[in-house]
Design a protein around this ligand. Structure first.
Ligand code: HEM
Length: 450
């Protein structure tokens, strides 16, 4: 059988390999490499060899293998100082136990109660913004606004519940830390955080602030008896089959993971959707028509979701074109055959949402924003892993239902009260950090409906 040495790919420079191209623009590098070299390609990223897997059937095999065939990558482990052994990074039996404890709280039904609260938080947020008294118009910096709103929503549901508000500096700290780790994730070599550089000292200080805050919250929850207020209280009071609960560090790691994995991803997904709606007035009109027909002035409720089909297709199509998680990496733990090649233990593989979601092998006119392609009938014609914004298999995103409900609620609530005044000149480009984010702020003009 062919070995990984037989896999074609760009050669790049001695030692550095393709790192300069990758660093300049990881998204177009991955897209071009997949399109030029086909389903399996191989490249050297600053001394680390990666196999990019781009065929939907092979991607399915990576995600669906038992967890003892593929493990999380060394690159992901760079997040350990921040996320500890939380759900995103933990492995083996410990991961299984934690996932079992958390999963019930993320079932769609379980989340039904969050919709009115998110709708009301969105309305309050919009109402707190300055609307021009004469024109009834409002300018929102979309990325900034959504980052703020989604972080408040997350901390409301997972961290502080009704009674406490996370202090504003915590939100700013979370955002600053995510940016720093985004930068670190793209570097070939990074200094471990214990090396006392100016930046490392700053990052460590931010992590300490977050630690102090979460520990304080956990202790305050431990003093209370009501286990149902939010996810943190449920974790604090949860026990596995053997009656064992979670330690302070374990709860801290899980909460930090939810705050970081659930924040940038969702806020960028909604920002990109608004950006695309501004550029596609026909889609925007169709969406407004659906909202008027299905909801009129009534606030969105859980029971409305199945009838808001177009809204959900718009978000799904936006997640195709701008997938917040743009690549997932894995390390091979025991020799496996993928795409006709034998990959031995230690091989590092990468699947890229960005590259596969824009592949002409699966998508007609792949760069076009066309929500109709997400109709059930057309979905069935494509292989499942031609589209995987939330990953797949056992390690699939636990927050996907939360993210979709949140995006649907926020968008429906905005367009029930405000019209979008299209700005055809508005343009930005995608950048890859921890997530795919817009390079420039997206300033959108809204006009309050009479
Ligand atoms: C549009 C929004 C989101 C996107 C695109 C997204 C994407 C993903 C992807 C691709 C993975 C798999 C990573 C891998 O296989 O290595 C993942 C895992 C995860 N996500 Fe999300 N996510 C989103 C929202 C959320 C939210 C709202 C939360 C929590 C509130 C969350 C929490 C997690 C956690 C804890 C994991 C690790 C699960 C495990 O390994 O068991 N995500 N996410």
């Amino acid at each position: 059988m062919a070995t990984k040495k037989d896999i074609p790919g760009p050669k790049g420079l001695p030692i550095l390999g393709v790192y300069p191209q990758f660093r300049r623009n990881p998204l177009s590098f991955l897209q071009e490499t997949a399109s030029q070299y086909g389903p399996m390609s191989r490249f050297n990223l600053a001394g680390f060899e990666f196999i990019l897997i781009s065929d939907a059937e092979d991607i399915a095999r990576v995600y669906r293998q038992d967890n003892d065939t593929f493990g999380k990558s060394k690159a992901a482990k760079r997040l350990t100082p921040l996320l500890g052994n939380g759900l995103l990074l933990s492995e083996g039996e410990y991961w299984q136990r934690q996932r079992r404890l958390a999963a019930p709280h993320f079932h769609r039904r379980e989340l039904s109660g969050i919709i009115p609260i998110i709708a009301s938080m969105t309305r309050d947020y919009l109402n707190s913004q300055a609307v021009d008294g004469e024109t009834d118009e409002l300018m929102i910096p979309v990325r900034h606004t959504l980052a703020d709103l989604t972080l408040h929503i997350l901390s409301r549901f997972f961290l502080t519940g009704d009674e406490h508000e996370a202090p504003t500096n915590i939100h700013a700290t979370v955002r600053a830390v995510v940016d720093q780790f985004g930068e670190r994730s793209l570097k070939g070599i990074v200094s471990p955080l214990w090396v006392p550089t100016k930046k490392n000292r700053w990052i460590r200080k931010q992590i300490t602030t977050l630690d102090q805050f979460t520990n304080q919250m956990i202790k305050s929850v431990q003093r209370k008896s009501n286990p149902d207020a939010n996810l943190m209280t449920k974790f604090v009071h949860s026990q596995d089959e053997s009656g064992q609960g979670m330690t302070l560090t374990q709860i801290r790691d899980e909460i930090m993971t939810f705050m970081l994995a659930g924040h940038e991803t969702t806020s960028n997904a909604i920002s990109w959707t608004l950006y695309l709606l501004n550029r596609h007035p026909d889609v925007y009109q169709k969406l407004c028509q659906e909202l008027t027909e299905q909801l009129a002035d009534r606030p969105i409720a859980f029971s409305d979701l199945p009838s808001l089909r177009y809204l959900s297709m718009v978000i799904e199509e936006s997640l195709r074109l701008y997938p917040p998680a743009w690549a997932n990496r894995r390390t091979v733990l025991k020799t496996v055959e993928i795409g006709g090649y034998q990959l031995e233990k230690g091989t590092m593989v990468m699947v890229s949402q960005w590259a596969t979601h824009r592949s002409s092998k699966y998508w007609q006119d792949p760069d076009r924003f066309w929500p109709e392609r997400m109709q059930a009938g057309l979905k069935k014609e494509r292989p499942q892993f031609s589209y995987f914004p939330f990953g797949g298999g056992k390690r699939t995103c636990i927050g996907s239902n939360f993210a979709m409900l949140e995006a649907m609620t926020i968008l429906a609530t905005i367009f029930q009260s405000f019209d979008l005044i299209p700005n055809p000149g508005l343009k930005t480009s995608p950048m890859a950090g921890v997530t795919v984010y817009p390079k420039d702020e997206i300033n959108l003009k809204l006009k309050r409906r009479k």
